[in-house]
Ligand binder design. Sequence first.
Ligand code: SF4
Ligand code: SF4
Length: 92
Amino acid sequence: MLPAKFPGDPLPLVEFKASEVSHIALRDVKGCLSCENKPCTYICPSQVYEWEEDTLKINYVRCIECGACSKVCPTNILWQYPPGGYGVTYHY
Ligand code: SF4
Ligand code: SF4
């Protein structure tokens, strides 16, 4: 077992390693402006999607690979797993 990163660490077996390349992209960036409820911004448990002015920022390094965003926005979000060795690793 990996050592806890801090006292009470709830995820001592989970490791994150961010790739330099995003594993998340948008098909149509401008389409987000007319997206009615912008569900990506509240469905993501890790707050990856965030609006700055009128631009949707994708903080992909925060992604925990739950897959929820590609379910609520299958037509515009292009999501794939990070390249091998990057992203979330679960140690058993
Ligand atoms: S990524 Fe999808 S859900 Fe998010 S604002 Fe754009 S169109 Fe809407
Ligand atoms: S896969 Fe999950 S954690 Fe990653 S961006 Fe989508 S909703 Fe957020």
